[in-house]
Design a protein around this ligand. Structure first.
Ligand SMILES: NC(=O)CCC(=O)C(=O)O
Length: 283
């Protein structure tokens, strides 16, 4: 598709979560309605696991099939009603053979499901004195890369921990992406250290926009999200970021920056692929 415009308005909804799925989804619905009314975005993003508590013991109980489940239907209706793209954060998905996935759905302005990304790298870490989390106790990993086209701009989709794997971002850049969107929920151990660093690293390495959307921080939750939803531009500069509470971040993305950076610092054509592809680079 040819590029309709180089400017695209985004609204990132950093949402409060709770143990009540209907309350969570209806909160997303009302924040989407408000963002449309007040800002007329072209694309709206939601947080990781926005309809459920983020925890391995909750994923099965809150899981839904896609696209006929309750949450999917709400997002589809809203996208169609307001003629917007919605990158629907993630929800626990009940998939084939009873497997559960951490899945991002993307809805077009006609209300169609245009992409479904299942988290590829499961969040299994054990930081002594910090955080232990093992998504693989109840989740299965997705095996597919996901890109979408919005008004001629190619956008890659990843989910939270996926951001740590630079190969994935590189692959999206090689496929022509100008932006990567990661619904995410970092925590109070790794967030302060790595949240901004990883986003600026992926943006800098690949000369594209990186967009993350986190749940709002709730200090009383079992898993305390870091917040600070963010947009980083292709110069690796933070264009806009949220604080830690419930907040809507609105920004106009100027995709012409992508080409500017790639022309002025042309690292991709300067790479010495002839030298890297040797036995010494084999892990
Ligand atoms: N939900 C996640 O994947 C969390 C990832 C995270 O916090 C990290 O440090 O990585």
């Amino acid at each position: 598709m040819s590029k309709v415009s180089n400017i695209m308005r985004l609204a990132l909804l950093q949402l409060k979560g709770s143990k009540d799925k209907t309350v969570n989804v209806q909160n997303a619905v009302s924040k989407i309605e408000a963002a449309v009314r007040e800002h007329q975005p072209r694309l709206i993003t939601l947080p990781e696991c926005f309809n459920a508590p983020y925890g391995t013991k909750y994923f099965r109980e809150y899981s839904e099939t896609i696209p006929d489940g309750y949450t999917s239907q709400q997002l589809s209706n809203l996208a169609k009603k307001h003629q917007v793209y919605i990158v629907g954060g993630t929800i626990p998905e009940l998939g084939e053979n009873d497997a559960i996935y951490n899945t991002c759905t993307v809805w077009s302005p006609s209300g169609d499901l245009i992409a479904k990304h299942r988290k590829m790298h499961l969040f299994d870490i054990d930081v002594k004195g910090g955080i232990r989390f093992k998504e693989s106790e109840t989740l299965s990993a997705g095996n597919d890369f996901t890109t979408i086209d919005v008004d001629g701009h190619k956008i890659g989709i990843g989910i939270c921990y996926d951001i740590r794997f630079e190969e994935m971002a590189r692959l999206y850049r090689n496929e022509g992406c100008e932006m990567i969107i990661y619904p995410a929920a970092f925590n109070m151990t790794t967030g302060p250290l790595h949240w901004e660093l990883l986003q600026r690293s992926r943006a800098n390495d690949n000369q594209l926009f990186v967009v993350t959307t986190s749940p709002a921080r709730d200090p009383s939750a079992e898993y305390v999200a870091y917040g600070h939803s963010m947009i980083v531009d292709p110069w690796a500069k933070v264009q806009k970021s949220a604080s830690d509470g419930e907040e809507t971040v609105v920004a106009d993305i100027d995709f012409s920056l992508v080409e500017q950076v790639r022309q002025q610092i042309p690292v991709f054509s300067q790479r010495r692929l002839d030298l890297y592809a040797t036995a010494r680079n084999g892990q």
